[in-house]
Design a protein. Structure first.
Length: 437
């Protein structure tokens, strides 16, 4: 993999230099960049030397003088320019190992790259870090990092990771903390393994590193129809017990640390049938990408903008929202409110995940084929030639209109004969859409 340019920012230095998509950045200040970290570090200088290989193979060299905060304007194909650091574990709950064979090949790649943790918030285990990696992380203060802990008991963690050589996690955390890094952690909870007293000890151990270890997300194990470890999923009873214990820990940590420190994923509240905490509970949503506070954040945006909703539409309109089973559970209050608008009818269709099966209910893991199967009966009942269908962009590949099974949005629209509108998963985006009807 190389530092391939896929775009150039208009009116930028790169555009002035006639650098184009398809060109390769070979070096910046004599450094062959391995990733965006190298590139950004060097690009922050006032005096820059660029070595570019054009699409036709010619080599161009540039000497540039610029302001320190001025961007060069290069957009790259990927965040890392060499091979991604793959996971060396065999976690008993690994979602990648539970994928059907027909899933997109790129989904079978198990990323455990500290650079993607720093650049994009991906979780890593840290089991494949070399001494040079740790030194670079500490030297450049690559913070925050997101680390999957699962358990601070070494023997249990090795069992969960399926890696008898996994190094202890606490010494690694200690070293990163002493280097000044901020770390967010997660525990993927497997009932009967790392819950109960073991979880209590894990939280107590992690709390000793606060505030550098700034938060812990508790996430229920995700099980597809293809898992073969006989793991137990969370149910309503187990979710209620977990939330009860979480509230106790939060109360204690709030008293001793000044922070709740540990946060349960939204899925636990939906499973338990319990109301979500207030926005202030999440202390700035440090784990929102991990599904912690995502629903509350949606409604926080909804309430900020709901005054902009019309009381009526000039002509009758009907729209349908297709979402995952968990997403539907969270969206019902918003749909009820929208149906109070005169001349507006909003229908919601919860889609069962046939692709992954098992206990996968989140919207982001729906595929095009799931939508085709789940909307077949709905489409048959529609009298309009091109009914309107709302989908969350969270279902799609990053920056592409492609579902997890490689079906495109255009293909889905053609087969269903519908008009598809993609919305960001936020309350503001939904209100903006309705306000423009």
């Amino acid at each position: 993999m190389a530092a391939k340019v896929v775009g150039v920012v208009p009116n930028s230095i790169a555009e002035d230099l006639q650098i184009e998509p398809g060109d390769i950045l070979k070096a910046i200040n004599s450094v062959a960049p391995k990733d965006l970290i190298d590139y950004d570090y060097q690009a922050a200088n006032e005096n820059i030397e660029l070595f570019i290989v054009k699409k036709d193979g010619t080599e161009w060299f540039f000497d540039i003088e610029k302001d320190p905060d001025e961007d060069l304007g290069l957009i790259f194909a990927a965040a890392v320019f060499d091979d991604i650091y793959e996971c060396n574990n065999h976690c008993i709950f690994c979602f990648v190992n539970q994928l059907p064979k027909k899933a997109r090949p790129s989904l079978h790649v198990k990323d455990d790259d500290y650079r993607m943790s720093f650049l994009q918030g991906n979780y890593i285990t840290g089991t494949n870090l070399s001494e040079a990696d740790i030194d670079r992380i500490c030297r450049l203060t690559l913070s925050p990092l997101y680390i999957s802990v699962h358990s601070t008991c070494d023997a249990l963690r090795r069992k969960l990771l399926g890696n008898i050589q996994a190094p202890p996690i606490l010494p690694l955390l200690k070293r990163l903390v002493e280097a000044g890094l901020t770390i967010h952690t997660q525990v993927v909870l497997c009932p009967g393994f790392n819950d109960g007293e073991n979880l209590k000890k894990t939280l107590a151990d992690l709390a000793t590193f606060w505030p550098q270890v700034a938060s812990v997300a508790l996430v229920p194990v995700g099980l597809t129809a293809y898992q073969n470890k006989n793991l137990q999923p969370y149910n309503k009873t187990l979710a209620k017990e977990l939330l009860k214990e979480t509230r106790k820990w939060q109360k204690a940590f709030k008293k001793t640390l000044g922070s709740r420190f540990v946060f349960a994923a939204d899925e636990f509240y939906l499973l338990a049938g319990e109301p979500l905490p207030a926005a202030s509970h999440y202390e700035g949503y440090p784990q929102i990408e991990n599904g912690v506070g995502l629903v509350r954040k949606f409604y926080e945006g909804w309430h900020k903008k709901k005054a902009k909703l019309p009381t009526q539409l000039s002509t009758p309109k009907k729209i349908t929202i297709a979402t995952g089973e968990s997403g539907a559970q969270a969206l019902y209050p918003a749909v009820d409110a929208l149906n109070k608008i005169e001349n507006l009818t909003v229908e919601m269709v919860p889609i069962h995940n046939q692709f992954f099966g098992g206990h996968v209910t989140v919207t982001g893991l729906l595929t095009g084929r799931c939508l085709l199967a789940g909307l077949k009966e709905w489409r048959r009942e529609q009298k309009e030639e091109q009914p309107s269908l709302l989908l969350s962009s969270i279902m799609l590949k990053y920056n592409e209109d492609v579902f997890l099974d490689d079906m495109t949005v255009t293909e889905l629209a053609l087969v269903l004969k519908v008009n598809i509108c993609l919305l960001e998963p936020s309350g503001e985006a939904l209100i903006d859409f309705i306000s423009k009807l």
